[in-house]
Design a protein around this ligand. Structure first.
Ligand code: NDP
Length: 282
């Protein structure tokens, strides 16, 4: 398709928009029960994917249930395969359990095409006093958990010969820092995720599997609320430091999710895509 097809006068195989279709694809999103992960999961389902949303074991809350009902009742044409959201639980820091979880998704659905390693936590403490246990916990979830998730999906993609897309959620905090934040563990972890995506991308490219990271800026979620609530006026102060003068909303990550997850980004691997209102360019 594209210009070559137009010059040759042959009928295009698909329109540019069809590159974003995820019909028939199966996805895993960790941290997918709320916040950024839930928004990513919904975007994938709307594009036609069956999406398994994994979080620590909890009961589904009302937001989740409403979004799931919406996704599972999306109108479809007769020719279009329907997407849906499935609720599963697990702990990304348990390597073997993550492998088994993805194996069971593949047993059920026959494939895994997209993996969003998105679960993460934020914890702050002054760098010279940072408690060892907290440091280990942040690194365990934000770095090891991301690797174990990518491994779990990558192993199945390789076994089944699927040209999949693995997407790691990093952060602008992997690139820049703020002098008034005590995020040494978080910033270190997110920087590691960016480099992890590059390393995995190089190893997995010969197998046809792409790996990229997304680095969001400040996005309104419960994680953001937890640190905004620590200081009155912090939101206005941080917004003023952003070229676009504001925080982002979770749904502003839908476009980059669909692009990276789909054939629209077929020649993109090892990249870190910043979605931060220009914060890293400041
Ligand atoms: P939330 O706190 O809303 O969501 C984080 C999710 O990760 C929760 O659903 C949580 O589950 C899950 N999780 C935590 N630990 C584990 C674990 N061990 N195993 C499985 N799931 C786990 O945060 P956001 O949606 O804001 O963040 C999502 C990702 O985006 C994170 O990686 C974060 O670092 C990153 N990010 C966020 C930004 C922001 O401004 N919000 C900016 C840049 C990056 P549970 O509900 O059970 O706790």
């Amino acid at each position: 398709p594209g210009v070559d097809a137009a010059l040759a006068g042959s009928a295009p195989v698909g329109t540019a928009l069809s590159l974003f279709s995820l019909e028939g694809r199966v996805a895993l999103v960790t941290g997918g029960h709320r916040g950024i992960g839930l928004e990513m999961a919904l975007a994938l389902a709307e594009a036609g994917a069956v999406v398994y949303c994994l979080d620590l074991p909890t009961e589904p809350d009302s937001t989740w249930s409403k979004v799931q009902s919406y996704a599972n009742e999306l109108p479809v044409s007769e020719s279009q395969k329907k997407g849906r959201l499935e609720y599963i639980s697990g702990d990304v820091t348990d390597q073997k359990a993550m492998w088994t979880t993805v194996e069971s998704i593949v047993e059920r659905e026959g494939r895994i095409d997209i993996c969003m390693a998105n679960a993460g936590i934020l914890h702050g403490a002054e760098c010279l006093e940072y408690p060892a246990e907290d440091f280990k916990k942040v690194l365990n979830i934000n770095v090891s958990g991301v690797l174990f998730t990518a491994q779990a999906a990558g192993r199945q993609m390789e076994r089944l010969g699927i040209s999949g897309s693995i997407i790691l959620t990093a952060s602008m905090s992997g690139t820049i820092t703020n002098p008034n934040q005590h995020w040494v563990a978080y910033n270190t972890s997110k920087s590691a995720v960016v480099q992890m995506a590059r390393s995995l991308a190089c190893e997995l490219a010969p197998k046809g599997i792409r790996v990229n990271s997304i680095s969001p800026g400040y996005i309104f979620t419960s994680m953001t609320r937890s640190f905004l609530d620590t200081q009155p006026g912090l939101e206005a102060k941080l917004s003023a430091q952003n070229p676009m003068g504001r925080f982002g909303q979770p749904d502003e990550l839908r476009g980059v999710t669909l692009w990276l997850a789909s054939d629209a980004s077929s020649f993109c691997t090892g990249s870190d895509i910043k979605v931060d209102g220009g914060q890293c360019a400041w």
